[in-house]
Ligand binder design. Structure first.
Ligand code: SAH
Length: 234
């Protein structure tokens, strides 16, 4: 049997501090992040010429799930979390080898304090995710508009987001408040709740951490209402 040892080439910094709330695919939320190259890969030689591409493929480790291993059959959220299908027929994070892949937008490359930083946006990765490889996205080959995707043909429906008055005031007085508001809106519009919770009465208060903020929200009549935004103390 073939085996190969893999070493990370970098670490991804993102606003997503925990798995709950991260979009289920890339490109759904415009959040900004960075790839910081590590070890012997932290050299501009490795990224020379990369600026000519608008998008990159990231291969990464689902490192937070590796310990839990994998199952041959999984319940994808798209099927309401009830039906099981083969793991290779899904983008499940519990898979043999635990490797994820995402297309992200390339925003730029910098070299600061001896650190190669690749600025990206649109990623669906948790903060600290090990990056295994980076490749340019090639539209002539990678973009297949006629491809069939069964139950996942369309992007998921978006939920309406409402902020209560105190959150709106808070955001309007905050440095980069508009940016944070857009991030919260786009993240919550995906309705991060487990599939079985949808279309049922649900009075639970949920919390997600985005950047340095803990966001409290609740579903009221099919609408997501943001009721608190708290700065997390270091
Ligand atoms: N686009 C990728 C990932 C899809 S699943 C692919 O198709 O391979 C996206 C989910 O992965 C996110 O919602 C988040 O919950 C989870 N995730 C992101 N980074 C992770 C990590 N480092 N370890 C485990 N799960 C992670």
């Amino acid at each position: 049997m073939f085996t190969q040892t893999i070493e990370a080439v970098g670490i991804c910094k993102t606003p997503y501090q925990q798995k709950f709330g991260i979009p289920r695919q890339p490109g759904l939320v415009e959040a900004k992040g960075q790839i910081r190259l590590t070890g012997e890969y932290n050299h501009l030689d490795f990224v020379q010429g990369i600026e000519q591409y608008s998008h990159l493929w990231l291969l990464f480790s689902f490192h937070e799930n590796l310990e839990q291993g994998f199952k041959a059959k999984v319940r994808p959220p798209r099927l309401g979390g009830n039906e099981k299908i083969g793991v290779f027929a899904t983008r499940s994070t519990f898979r043999p080898n635990g490797i994820g892949q995402s297309v992200v937008k390339l925003e730029g490359v910098r070299f600061e304090s001896n650190q190669v930083i690749i600025d990206i946006s649109g990623m669906d990765l948790v903060d600290g995710t090990p990056i295994l490889d980076i490749k340019p996205y090639l539209p002539f080959s990678d973009s297949l508009p006629d491809a069939q995707a069964g139950m996942a043909q369309e992007s998921p429906e978006l939920c309406e987001i409402v902020f209560n008055d105190s959150c709106l005031t808070q955001l309007s007085q905050m440095y980069k408040g508009e940016e944070l508001k857009r991030l919260i809106e786009q993240v919550l519009a995906q309705d991060p709740r487990p599939a079985y919770k949808k279309n049922k009465p649900d009075d639970k208060q949920y919390f997600i951490t985005l950047d340095k903020f803990n966001i409290g929200w609740q579903v009221i009549e099919q609408c997501i209402v943001v009721f608190s935004i708290e700065l997390i103390k270091a």
